[in-house]
Design a binder for this molecule. Structure first.
Ligand code: 2RA
Length: 341
């Protein structure tokens, strides 16, 4: 029968989405453990016709667990991920804790499934392991770009992201809604999460700044792309911004290829790409939007056009949108778990 699955951080935005995705994809677990901090322990959560009691997350929580889906912050992953592995579980970790660990596969199932092909469930003479979920902005970008990279080899990628509130958690989504109402009512906006007004605003991503002037979110895109593509030569630069949208990221991408790639060929390639839809109607000026992809599995690509700043057809511009909580986190992690079955 199916694996025993633990959901770690079940009361958070991604934790709740794990449950949605497990249910919608009819994941064949034999039993389910919902784990969270002491604060949330005891909460009753209805799920698939049963009522589960949230248990406090402790090392013993992982006794008998086959797959543990983690989204409870890097500290919890660092502390309890290895404990779960010791007990034989496969940890699919949505935090950044292990993404750059050379022994930990960093996986987008449609992009680099081979990176985890050596991992088996303990029931299949496997032993515990950690598999890292990439950062949401990396997943969304690479879902649209990798099919083109495989065809014409990207040598340089320039990304500008427009990242939604959900990336900073459910509280940030609530605060964006609250501030929007407050501003429209002429009141002083409540700024607890970002210390500046978010509603009707755009600001540099709230991750910490590094000595090179980039923020952590931008460096994740650079480093994770190189690891996922297994290519340390590709040149990547990024500017990550927080914009006043709820749960889906938008990313403007400029690509330089080693080999020629015209926009029609690019469209044909993306037409066949798994997990990608093309929304690219110039007549109707209809292109992907964060609202349009919200609560959807697919990443949408549009504004596909030859880069006119180049005098060869080795340059392309495109616009990619994807749901940050879904394909950017929970769906990608559950798809990784499905590959273990
Ligand atoms: C963000 N990538 O959007 C992060 C989510 N962990 O802020």
């Amino acid at each position: 029968d199916g694996p025993t699955v633990a959901v770690v951080g079940v009361t958070g935005a991604v934790g709740q989405e794990f449950l949605q995705v497990l249910s919608q994809r009819d994941f064949p677990y034999s039993s389910l453990k919902l784990l969270a901090s002491r604060r949330s322990a005891g909460k009753q959560i209805p799920f698939q016709g049963k009522t589960y009691t949230v248990e406090e997350l402790v090392p013993e929580s992982f006794d008998g667990v086959d797959i543990a889906l983690f989204s409870a912050g890097g500290g919890i992953s660092k502390e309890l991920g290895p404990v779960a592995v010791e007990k034989g579980a496969i940890v699919v970790d949505n935090s950044s804790a292990f993404r750059m660990d050379p022994n930990v596969p960093l996986v987008i199932p449609e992009v680099n499934p081979e990176a985890m092909s050596h991992i088996r469930l303990k029931g299949r003479n496997g032993k515990g392991a950690i598999i890292a979920n990439p950062n949401c902005s990396t997943i969304i970008c690479l879902m649209g770009v990798t099919p083109l990279h495989r065809h014409a080899k990207v040598v340089r990628m320039v990304v500008s992201t427009y990242q939604a509130a959900s990336g900073a958690g459910a509280a940030a989504m609530e605060e964006l809604a609250l501030q929007t109402r407050e501003v429209l009512d002429g009141k002083e906006p409540t700024c607890k999460i970002f210390k500046q007004q978010y509603a009707f605003n755009v600001f540099s991503h709230n991750s910490s700044l590094l000595p090179n002037g980039y923020n952590e979110e931008e460096m994740k895109l650079v480093k994770e792309t190189r690891k996922i593509w297994n290519n340390d030569e590709v040149k990547v630069t990024a500017t990550c911004m927080r914009v006043a949208t709820m749960r889906a990221h938008g990313e403007s991408v400029n690509l330089q290829f080693e080999n020629p790639l015209d926009e029609d060929t690019a469209r044909q390639i993306l037409q066949k790409a798994p997990g990608v839809v093309i929304i690219d109607d110039r007549e109707l000026n209809n292109f992907p939007t964060p609202l349009g992809v919200s609560n959807k599995d697919e990443v949408a690509v549009g504004r596909i056009r030859q880069d006119i700043s180049r005098d060869d057809n080795r340059g392309l511009d495109l616009w990619v949108c994807g749901d940050q909580i879904r394909k950017g986190a929970a769906l990608n992690a559950v798809q990784i778990a499905e590959m273990l079955l």
